[in-house]
Design a protein around this ligand. Structure first.
Ligand code: ATP
Ligand code: MG
Length: 199
C-alpha cells in the first residue's frame, strides 16, 4: 500500500489542493491520499475562519467522488495545535491496527510554500523518518529542497493553479465569484454556513 498524506487547514479546500493530490498520486502510484484538516487551534492570523467541523465537512464533500481520496479526523480530534509529526504517527498507528503486518510506504505531499518551512516544524527528523516528502509547485512560490536528505524528498511539477484559501475567503467577503475555484459542493457549504462574509 502506497499512501499519500496531505495536511492543511482546508479553509476552504480548493482545486489547487485537489490537483496537487491527484498529480502526486499519479506520479507516485499512490493507492490513496488521506487529507487531514488541522485541529481548531491552527496558528494563523485572525480573520473569519470556519470551524473545524465545517472544514472537515467541506473536505469530505470535495473528495467524495475520487475513490483514491480519504479524509481523516486525527488532527481535528487531537487536542492542541496540529503537528505533522503527530499526524503521520497517528495515521501509521491506525493503519497498523487495521491491517496488521501489511507493508505501507508513506508520502507527505506539500506545496512549495509549506516545504520551505518544514525544517522549522516540530520534529522534522521524525517527519522525514515517517514519510517521503513530495514537494509540489505552487504559483508565486519557488520550489526548492530546503536542505533535506536527497533520498527523502522529491520535487514535482503540478498544473499551476494560482488559488489560495486566503484568496477565496477574501473573494467571498467582497462578493466576488468562487465558482470553478472550489468544487461546487464546497461553494454550496460556504453559502449554507454563511462562511467568510465578514472579515
Ligand atoms: P491559506 O491561504 O489559508 O494558507 P492555502 O491555500 O495555502 O490556504 P493550506 O490549507 O494552507 O491552503 O495548504 C495545504 C497544503 O496545500 C500546503 O502544503 C500548501 O502548500 C498546498 N497548496 C495549497 N494551495 C496550493 C496550490 N494552489 N497549488 C499547490 N499546492 C497548494
Ligand atoms: Mg497555506
Amino acid at each position: 500500500m502506497r499512501i499519500g498524506v496531505m495536511g492543511g487547514s482546508f479553509d476552504p479546500i480548493h482545486l489547487g489542493h485537489l490537483v496537487a493530490a491527484s498529480e502526486a498520486a499519479h506520479r507516485f502510484s499512490l493507492d490513496r491520499v488521506v487529507f487531514s484538516p488541522t485541529g481548531e487551534s491552527y496558528h494563523k492570523a485572525t480573520d473569519t475562519r470556519a470551524p473545524a467541523e465545517v472544514r472537515y465537512l467541506m473536505t469530505v464533500v470535495a473528495t467524495a467522488a475520487d475513490p483514491r481520496f480519504h479524509v481523516t479526523r486525527v488532527d481535528i480530534d487531537r487536542p492542541g495545535p496540529t503537528y505533522t509529526a503527530d499526524t503521520l504517527k497517528d495515521l501509521q498507528a491506525e493503519f497498523a491496527e487495521e491491517s496488521p503486518g501489511a507493508p505501507a510506504e508513506w508520502f507527505f505531499i506539500t506545496g512549495a510554500d509549506a516545504l520551505a518551512d518544514i525544517l522549522g516544524w516540530r520534529d522534522p527528523e521524525q517527519i522525514l523518518d515517517s514519510a517521503h516528502l513530495v514537494g509540489v509547485t505552487r504559483p508565486g512560490h519557488a520550489l526548492a529542497d530546503p536542505g533535506l536528505p536527497a533520498d527523502r524528498v522529491s520535487l514535482i511539477e503540478v498544473p499551476a493553479l494560482a488559488i489560495s484559501s486566503t484568496d477565496i475567503r477574501q473573494r467571498v467577503a467582497r462578493g466576488a465569484p468562487i465558482t470553478y475555484l472550489v468544487p461546487s459542493g464546497v461553494a454550496h457549504l460556504i453559502g449554507k454556513h454563511d462562511l467568510y462574509r465578514s472579515s
